[in-house]
Design a protein around this ligand. Structure first.
Ligand code: PMP
Length: 354
């Protein structure tokens, strides 16, 4: 059995759109894509009159090197949000198939599923906040085509061990695709599930330059998966997903100098995370700080709503995560610069009377 047997038959049979840039490369007089031959008269406009490469070779190869896989296993996407959407659309038939998730977790898995008309099977994290593997696998009915596991998990920050992921990959073989979302992996130092793909063709890994690489505004994400899965998604991805300036930004961030700066920023975040994790529990009104392997902390408060409002009034915007199961008293606070984190602590310490 091939992992593609899990995909929608109509998508497998689809004749994909063939863009001008795909059909012919090279040449100097480009009159095949109805572009303007004249660049726009704006700063940085050079080259923007042309459609970008659908999957720029240099970026694909750089990401493959970064994530430790063959270039044929990388699809660059408009943020990893787009990869989630493409996966759900390629594997789930509307009104028939489903995805499985373990709430509280990143909201886009369920949103993309619902947009596609796929059901969402929920197997909540256990009382300690860990993945409940038995419950999750028991929930994988024949309708489930994708199981999403987020590690480190947003919004709790907990990590799922490689042994658990390998077990899940094995359990789900021939039944469902295991999509491991590693958006925050750089903050954890843990090994990547990319290494599982050799042995388990049903594993796919989501990565992004939005977090540890400081490029949320450029919208560059990647899916690392078996080349057959990549080939399938290339059939449905819009023709030119990556704006040229964003590709340039990504290559800059991943250059030798870009990596040096990134390591510096990453270390700063890890140091600040440790400081906030140590200091927050001593702040009045804080009930608990969940240990986090990501660039945020989920913090339980005596009065989460009041704390949210007080921070906002002081100009500090955090994420209200009280709607998530098991987190009814929690806010998610991204680790900022030292000064930004000091500001959070100062507002919290000033208390309700401030
Ligand atoms: N996965 C997780 C777990 C996230 O938290 C996010 C963004 N908040 C994404 C994926 C999407 O990231 P992007 O589209 O910016 O790559």
């Amino acid at each position: 059995m091939s992992v593609l047997d899990l995909a929608r038959p109509d998508i497998r049979a689809l004749a994909p759109y063939s863009s001008a840039r795909m059909e012919a490369q090279g040449g100097t007089v480009l009159l095949n894509a109805n572009e303007s031959s004249r660049p726009a008269n704006i700063p940085g406009g050079d080259g923007l009159n042309r459609y970008p490469d659908p999957q720029p070779r240099a970026l694909v190869e750089t990401l493959a090197e970064l994530y430790g896989c063959d270039a044929g296993r990388v699809l660059v996407t408009r943020g990893s949000d787009e990869a989630i959407d493409l996966l759900v659309r390629a594997f789930c038939r509307a009104g028939q198939d489903a995805v499985a998730i373990s709430p509280p977790t990143f909201g886009m898995y369920a949103v993309c599923a619902r947009i596609q008309g796929a059901a969402v099977i929920e197997s909540p994290l256990d009382a300690s906040g860990a993945l409940d593997v038995a419950k999750l696998t028991a929930g994988v009915t024949p309708a489930v085509k994708i199981v999403f596991v987020c590690t480190p998990n947003n919004p709790t920050g907990n990590l799922v061990g490689m042994d658990v992921l390998a077990y899940l990959a094995h359990e789900l073989a021939g039944r469902a695709l295991l999509v491991v979302d590693e958006a925050y992996a750089e903050f954890s130092g843990a090994a990547s599930a990319v290494s599982l793909i050799d042995e388990h063709e049903n594993v796919a890994v989501l990565r992004t330059l939005s977090k540890a690489w400081s490029l949320a505004g450029a919208r560059v994400g990647a899916l690392v998966a078996h080349s057959e899965v990549i080939g399938l998604l290339r059939r449905i991805i819009p023709p030119y997903p990556l704006p040229s300036p964003c590709v340039e930004a990504a290559l800059g961030a991943l250059s030798y100098e870009g990596r040096r700066v990134q390591r510096h920023h990453l270390n700063e975040i890890l140091t600040e995370r440790a400081r906030m994790f140590a200091e927050l529990p001593h702040v009045p009104g804080v009930r608990e700080v969940l240990p986090s392997h990501a660039n945020f902390l989920a913090v339980r408060f005596d009065d989460a709503a009041g704390t949210y409002r007080r921070l906002l009034a002081a100009g500090v915007v955090v994420r209200d995560i009280t709607k998530y199961p098991g987190l009814g008293d929690a806010l998610r606070i991204t680790i900022g610069t030292g000064n930004e984190n000091d500001r959070v602590l100062a507002v919290l310490r000033a208390g309700a009377g401030a």
